[in-house]
Ligand binder design. Structure first.
Ligand code: AMP
Length: 281
């Protein structure tokens, strides 16, 4: 596996691969890899000839009070895992490489970004959209893979790719969970035993909501309230939002018709956890 830190080197490698007819796949990450990331990498392997993974903890998507400095990092371990997966290229730029002095151009996905998580993490999706646009422009992949765990992020990326005419196929990959249902996340490392057990309420309540819908419930308020009541029983969990929304516009839905996404964000200790499920009427 080759590891490069500079944009020009990344760009010319990718360009050379494209010129020989190779299909280039990109899996962007912030590192501290787990099975969720690795399942994206395996999906990527299947979808192209050359696999690029990026590891970049993007300062632009963290507010000043958030966990940018504390965000877990283990570059050596990540390299080993990616090597074992047969990754061809690891792009690992420094912050100054991506945001040199004078940087001032950002991507705003106007309607989607302020919803859900964006209402609580101001500027977060502007940072995400900007870095993803940069990565797509540097690597120029044929395919880019993102997890459905970050559902809003995936929809924002789909929108920005359409709006800015990036010639890339965006692939969403299902959420990978621990055996007990907890969605894998680099931030799970922040949880102690009691907190981890409280964190199980996220998926448990989402499954309950799915069961309600399967049983015929269509009323959004009642579904959301059932989830809130369930998570509310956990003393260690502090809910930020629980919302039923349209799967592509992310606008709030009051009735489950066709498909809807139930998304939530919950603080457990130092960890802000997100999860979601698709509900089908
Ligand atoms: P991150 O390193 O957290 O920025 O995540 C990098 C990519 O991995 C994003 O596309 C995430 O949606 C995806 N991802 C993170 N956790 C999971 C998971 N448990 N299952 C599937 N994809 C995930």
């Amino acid at each position: 596996m080759r590891i490069v830190e500079h944009i020009e080197e990344m760009r010319s490698w990718s360009e050379a691969e494209r010129c020989t007819g190779k299909r280039v796949v990109l899996v962007p990450t912030m590192g501290f890899l787990h099975e969720g990331h690795l399942s994206l990498v395996r999906e990527g392997r299947k979808r192209g000839d050359r696999l690029v993974v990026s590891i970049f903890v993007n300062p632009a998507q963290f507010a000043p009070h958030e966990d940018f400095a504390a965000y877990p990092r283990d570059f050596e371990r990540d390299c080993k895992l990616l090597e074992e997966e047969g990754v061809d290229m690891l792009f690992h730029p420094a912050a100054q490489e991506m945001y040199p002095k004078g940087f001032q151009t950002y991507v705003d996905v106007e309607k989607l970004a302020p919803l859900l998580c964006g209402g609580f993490r101001l500027g977060h999706f502007r940072g995400v959209a900007t870095v993803v646009a940069k990565l797509l422009s540097i690597v120029r992949p044929h395919v880019a893979i993102f997890g459905e765990k970050d559902y809003q992020q995936l929809q924002i990326i789909r929108r920005l790719v359409r709006d800015l005419d990036f010639a890339v196929e965006v692939v969403g990959h299902p959420t990978v969970r621990d055996r007990d249902g907890l969605a894998l996340s680099s931030r799970n490392i922040y949880l102690d035993r009691a907190e981890r057990s409280a964190a199980l309420s996220l998926y448990r309540s989402l499954k309950k909501a799915q069961a309600l819908v399967q049983g015929g419930e269509r009323n959004g308020d009642r579904i959301v309230r059932a989830v809130q009541e369930d998570i509310g029983k956990e003393a260690l969990a502090r809910m930020e939002y629980v919302r039923l929304c349209d799967p592509s516009s992310l606008e709030e839905m009051t009735v489950v018709e066709g498909e809807a996404v139930l998304a939530l964000a919950v603080w457990v200790g130092k960890a802000r956890l997100i999860d979601n499920v698709l509900l089908k009427a």
